[in-house]
Ligand binder design. Structure first.
Ligand code: PLP
Length: 432
């Protein structure tokens, strides 16, 4: 049996940094990444046979926990019928119908293989539908790694963005404006100067890529109004929140508080694939008619709507659309947060917590953050020590304080109690 250490050494020789997606490398928290051998229910098991309560859930997809029997059965059956055909299948229609059934703002969807691809395509669609180029994104929101979206704010309001990655030419991001999340005044100023050039605004409605930050109802309402007034499309990136914070996504929660609220374009991923490479973007029939083969906006994919992935996604959506699923998941998630909070209080360590459905965030700070600056203004050293103490205690949290956490339907009282005891030990180690 190889140790995590041995595997990491071997991996680094043939894979940059030893990982196929950077956050897995534990760079933010230090130490050796755990190489996962298998998973079951609420647990992952590493190469050394150590079990962890899993609060990553593959970064969101595993909402039912690992190896749910009905999902496994559906995947095995689909695999026997063929891995990929490059021709349409009935299951793609089933999945599209299922997504549309739960998300009233969406009349048609196109299936793709990753959230990155879906966001990139949604931007192209918005530009095609409006005949405009400029887009607004918010600092701290992640929309995958397409060039135009790897941007941070320039100096001062409404300047051109700067690439956040080498290899992204400045010219490619010159149409991207980056604003502060939840800043209504700044948003109004940007629309006042750029409104007529704006194709779209893309937003994570509850941001899960700067820990966990909700956009305020007032901000979302104003954003919707401004987009309407200026003819820009509102894209809700629900790759993380879709089917996780509620069956109808975060947009269903805002619609409860803002009469008539709906985004123009929605992006999904993660949960809709149930752990397989699958994502989607959708909108009204009128907007979607811009896409090839109907319209002039080109978009395609060899493995799009893959038959095994769609089987996995459909079986997952079938399970989570049972009545009461999200209410129970939400209650479970609040219990996990309450356990962390009460143990932190007992240790006199400042901690704030928040959650919605099966998505959570906790902060070593006195108040909840409202934007990127406040989200990262926490004691990083403390987080890192807490992370490692929890890992030693058999609890696998996201290895960076910029990430949200994920609870699945497989997390039960035993896992929550395990988490509570690990947190008690971890908080007391922080005080030692
Ligand atoms: C994960 C994520 C993406 C990117 O999805 P990939 O499948 O990793 O390409 C995009 N947007 C949001 C909000 C995400 O959480």
């Amino acid at each position: 049996m190889s140790t995590n250490e041995q595997l990491f050494e071997r991996a680094q020789k043939v894979i940059p940094g030893g990982v196929n997606s950077p956050v897995r490398a534990f760079r933010a928290v230090g130490g050796t990444p755990r190489f996962i051998a298998r998973a079951e229910g609420a647990y992952v098991v590493d190469a050394e046979g150590k079990r962890y309560v899993d609060y990553i859930g593959s970064w969101g997809p595993m909402i039912l926990g690992h190896g749910h029997p009905a999902v496994l059965e559906a995947v095995l059956k689909a695999a026997r019928d063929g891995f990929s055909f490059g021709a349409p299948t009935e299951r793609e229609i089933d999945l599209a119908e299922e997504i549309i059934r739960h998300v009233p703002s969406v009349e048609q969807v196109r299936l793709v293989s990753s959230g990155t691809e879906a966001c990139m395509s949604a931007i192209r669609l918005a530009r095609a539908a409006t005949g405009r180029s400029r887009l607004i994104k918010f600092e701290g929101c992640y929309h995958g790694h397409a060039d135009a979206l790897l941007v941070k704010a320039g100096s001062g309001l409404a300047t051109f963005g700067h690439p956040t990655s080498a290899g992204v030419p400045a010219e490619v991001v010159q149409h991207t404006t980056v604003l502060d999340y939840n800043d209504i005044e700044q948003l109004e100023q940007a629309f006042a100067t750029q409104g007529s050039e704006l194709a779209c605004v893309i937003i994570e409605p509850i941001a899960g890529n700067m820990n966990f930050v909700r956009s305020s109802v007032a901000f979302m309402k104003r954003l919707r109004e401004l987009c309407h007034q200026h003819g820009a499309l509102l894209i809700m990136d629900e790759v993380m929140t879709g089917f996780r914070v509620a069956l109808g996504g975060a947009q269903s929660l805002y619609a409860q508080q803002i009469p008539g609220f709906a985004p123009d374009i929605s992006v999904f991923g993660k949960v809709i694939g149930g752990g397989m490479p699958l994502a989607a973007f959708g909108a009204s029939r009128r907007i979607m008619a811009q896409l090839a083969p109907l319209g002039p906006a080109y978009q395609a994919g060899t493995l799009s709507g893959n038959p095994v992935a769609t089987a996995c996604g459909l079986a997952t959506l079938h399970e989570i659309s049972r009545p009461g699923f999200h209410a129970a998941l939400g209650a479970r998630t609040r219990e996990v947060m309450a356990a962390l909070k009460s143990e932190a209080d007992a240790a006199a360590i400042p901690l704030t917590v928040d959650s919605e459905g099966g998505l959570f965030g906790f902060f070593f700070a006195d108040r909840l953050p409202h934007d990127y600056t406040t989200a990262v203004a926490v004691d990083k050293e403390r987080f890192n020590r807490f992370f490692h103490a929890m890992l030693d205690g058999g609890v696998y949290l996201a290895p960076a304080l910029y990430e949200a956490g994920f609870v699945s339907a497989a997390h039960g009282p035993a896992e929550i109690e395990h988490t509570r005891l690990a947190a008690r030990a971890a908080f007391s180690a922080l005080n030692a």
